[in-house]
Structures are given as C-alpha cells and as structure tokens.
Design a protein around this ligand. Sequence first.
Ligand code: CP
Ligand code: NVA
Length: 317
Amino acid sequence: MTNYKLKKDHRHFIDISSLSKKAAREIIETAKALKKIAKEQNHSNGFVHPDAPLKNQALAMIFEKPSTRTRVSFEIAMHQLGGKAVVLQNHDMQLGRGESVSDTAKVLSGFVDAIMLRADSHETLLEMAEKSSVPIINALTDFSHPCQIMADILTFEEHSGLITGKKIAWSGDGNNVAVSWIHAAVQFDCELVLACPKGYAPLEQVIGWAKNNGGNITLTESPAEAVKDADCVITDTFISMGDENADQRLKDLSPYQVNSELMSGAKSSALFMHCLPAHRGEEVSAKVIDGPQSVIWDEAENRLHIQKAILMWCFGK
Ligand code: CP
Ligand code: NVA
C-alpha cells in the first residue's frame, strides 16, 4: 500500500488501529452519554441535541458502494447534533467520471468540515485523507469497517459489561469487518479467536500488527475451537461487496455457518452479532440470528449513537 502522509493535526477516523486506546475508549463513552440524552428526550428522528454541538458544521458523505445503515445513521446523526449532511453517490459526482481524488478532496474541503467516505479501495480513503484539509471518516473500504465495530463494542458493553478480557469469536470470512475486529481487540484488550478456512484468513500484515501491539489474537480453521466458552460470536456475509466467485466462496465458507449447534459451544450467556445485511441460511441460520442470543437490532441502532460520538471526536468536541 502507498505510504500516504496524513496531517497529524487532523482527527481522521481511518481505522481503530490508528486511534490511541484513550481515544477509542473516549468515543465509546461519548456514545453512551449521547444515547442516554437522546433516550431521555424521547429520541426520534426529529430529535436535536439540546446543545446542538455540531451547529454550523457540515459533513459530505461519499458512497462508492451501496449502504442502508451507514448512510441513514450518519445523516440522522448530523441532524441530531444540529449539523448538516450532504449525501453524494459516486456515480452522480465528477469523481465517478474521472475527476481525481486529490482535486475532489481539495474542493470539498472548501465546502464542508468533514468528509465521510465509503470507498471500493482503502487507497482512495488514504489519498483523500492526505489531500483534504478536513477530517476524513472511513465508512467502509475493502480493508476495514471501523465505524461498525465501534458500534459493536458499544452493543457488547450494553449487554455484557466491559469488553476488556472477554472472549470474542469470529467464524467465517476474514474480511474488512474481521480486520476492524482485530484492531478493536487490541485497542480494547479483549481476546479474539477467528475461525476462517484456508485462503480466507485476515491479511497477515493485520495479524502482525496485532501481535506487535500485544494483541491476544488466535487464528484457527475450527469454528468449534473459536467459539469455545466465548462471550460473543460474530459472523458476516460470505460474499462482500466487490467479491467475485460467489459459488466457490459459499462452498468454502459453508462449514463456518453460525447455527444453533455452533452457538451451543459458546457460553450460555453469549451474544450473537452480525453487522448486516445478513443472508439467513448462508453465514448464519435463521434460528440464531432471529433467536434470543442475537442483539442485531441494538447493534444496528447503535450505529446512530456511535456515529455521533465519532463525529464529535473528529470535530474536536
Ligand atoms: N453494516 C453496514 O455498514 O450496513 P450498510 O452497508 O447498510 O451501511
Ligand atoms: N463485509 C461486508 C460488510 C457490509 C456492511 C462488505 O464489505 O460488503
């Protein structure tokens, strides 16, 4: 990957690995506090935080890939914090017909106070961060999905208490969501065991980073080993946006489905999480995702509360 020079004085939200442990924890605690305020005020889409902390701030949201949760939660988060969001689909922008990332970053920096980007390639995100003069937020790339995993940490802690020292199990593809879980496991000091078949393990550079930073990360090919006594079991789609060879992927990954039998190896109090969208009968059985251990709806709602905290952090509030 190209070595981009990011301005040190900018609060870019690129990856959980690029935050300090202190900042990562601060964002979770801010989200808890903001959620409490919203709930106390009968939180609805029309709700605006009484102090409107992001009044006069604007966010551009660029999408190179589809989105439901990320798009709506960021737009509503800006509204609820008293700011303004502009949603830009790549194909409606000059960026979509060849205007450079660099020129786009410089132009947008003159209009808005932060840019959220869902990009096909992580390189695009890093280039945008290098060239923009406002904070950049990673709203998913082929490499990682940090906003999602911050919402997952919030969800875990609401249901099961502090995540520090807990065992988290991943079964399935070692994809962008798995990478952000590895980053989070290091920053929040929990144990993470990932079960992935041969050829689907997370990138070696990410495992190396985790090991160098004292992470308690184990890779296995056995889902049963991964979930043993786990406090939380997680999976994600077997076919991410942009993936090819769907039939082969489904064949290779099907033994990694999270179903009732696999869940029975985890603690009886274990949570089931999935970032959504889900494919019942592929990476997870309907019985598990729609069952009593599943916290997917809280996890989805928490995208809103965590986006607010991420925005507050980026804006230095
Ligand atoms: N989980 C998630 O990022 O969902 P969207 O693709 O709908 O934004
Ligand atoms: N791994 C999935 C996550 C979707 C939110 C993808 O990249 O498509």
